[in-house]
Design a protein around this ligand. Structure first.
Ligand code: ADP
Ligand code: CIR
Length: 348
């Protein structure tokens, strides 16, 4: 694992938030600290040190990392989410408060909609600092709970350890399953003992899915074809309700749901559409300008750090902390409405 004893000079060429905020003074102040789970600054920054193309570059090993390494994490959290030390987080998962009619009723632009939240279990180390036995216990406990779900949420758990290579690859190609060997997660220590303890639960229609022990202990996902954002959110809210009644998730008034990557703190929610925007893809400056106004993030269609194909983008909310879940989805919805309007103008 990471052995950074000296200030990592190599980050000076990187444009990550780590490179921007890890001053030599902060490095000296934090370098010898260890959390209750023995997590160090060297581990927290290793992903950004090994991957200079990181956007952020830091990971927490436990809830205490956010306090112990606050001189580094706080400015990163502030720059990403606009959330300062005194600010409190608030949750609202009530679908009745969301105003998100389908922005593309004729089905011309939006291929699919997906909303996910991350969750980690209270009192356990996060993925970068957990051991094999604890990880496998989580897999056992959570998959047992999921296999008892009923109605639309009923489904089956598939452990990565028993899955055929053909099934694994087809789930990835169809956007249902996480990839193996992500170099950002690898350097963060999140791929240790791979594939043990990892897997996916999904219902028959693959509209409700849960990833176990990827970047976070749970990624709870609702998705379907088309642009019915309201329906996707409603299903997600009921799945979160079902799980939260049986598992205590790590949460703080200031940081909301605790996640291994600080960009996911708060709601831990990413609401996205896969959307075809051929004209805006020829005007990427304009695409980026609209994304900025509506707090959107633009990704390629095979997940983070992938590129766009045939003018199809993954468009999602960027802010997750200090705003509610309803507001996250509202950001995405309102931004998508604006993108479709501009795409139509350019097509004329
Ligand atoms: P995360 O959602 O956890 O931030 P990724 O960006 O890696 O992680 O996306 C995970 C998978 O979900 C990828 O296969 C990606 O293509 C897929 N995905 C994301 N948004 C959508 C969407 N709106 N429709 C279909 N698949 C999606
Ligand atoms: C990075 O720093 O690029 C990766 N560790 C992923 C960070 C989270 N995602 C994001 O900000 N888009």
């Amino acid at each position: 694992m990471a052995k950074t004893q000296e200030y990592p000079m190599s980050i000076e060429d990187s444009s990550s938030l780590l490179a921007k905020h890890l001053t030599k003074e902060i490095f000296e102040k934090l370098r010898d600290k260890r959390t209750v789970n023995d997590y160090t600054l060297a581990q927290a920054i290793n992903s950004g040190v090994q991957n200079p193309d990181s956007g952020t570059g830091v990971y927490a090993g436990d809830e205490q990392s956010y306090e112990m390494f606050a001189p580094l994490f706080d400015p990163i959290i502030y720059e990403y989410h606009g959330h300062s030390k005194e600010d409190k987080h608030q949750s609202d998962l009530n679908p009745a408060n969301l105003k998100a009619p389908n922005p593309d009723k004729e089905g011309k632009y939006i291929l699919s909609t997906r909303i996910r939240v991350a969750r980690n279990i209270q009192g356990l180390p996060l993925g970068p600092a957990i051991d094999k036995a604890k990880r496998e216990n989580i897999e056992q406990d959570i998959s047992n709970i999921l296999c008892r779900s009923r109605g639309e949420l009923a489904g089956t758990y598939y452990s990565l350890s028993n899955m055929s290579e053909a099934d694994r690859l087809s789930l990835i190609t169809d956007h249902f399953l996480f990839k193996a060997g992500d170099r950002f997660l690898q350097a963060a220590g999140l791929n240790q003992d791979w594939p043990s303890g990892r897997g996916i639960f999904h219902n028959t229609d693959k509209t409700f899915l849960v990833w176990i022990n990827e970047e976070d202990q749970l990624r709870i996902i609702s998705m379907q074809n088309g642009g019915d954002i309201q329906e996707v959110f409603t299903r997600l809210a009921s799945a979160i309700d079902m799980l939260s009644s049986q598992v205590k998730f790590a949460y703080s008034d200031h940081l909301g749901y605790i996640t291994s990557c600080p960009t996911n703190l708060g709601t831990a929610m990413r609401a996205s559409v896969h959307i075809r925007l051929p004209n805006l893809s020829d005007n990427t400056q304009e695409l980026e300008a609209i994304a900025k106004i509506y707090h959107l993030q633009i990704r390629g269609i095979h997940g983070e750090h992938s590129s766009s194909e045939d003018g199809v983008y993954d468009i999602s909310n960027k802010r997750r902390l200090g705003i509610t879940e309803v507001q996250c989805v509202q950001d995405m919805h309102d931004g998508v409405v604006a993108l479709i309007k501009r795409e139509q103008e350019l097509a004329r």
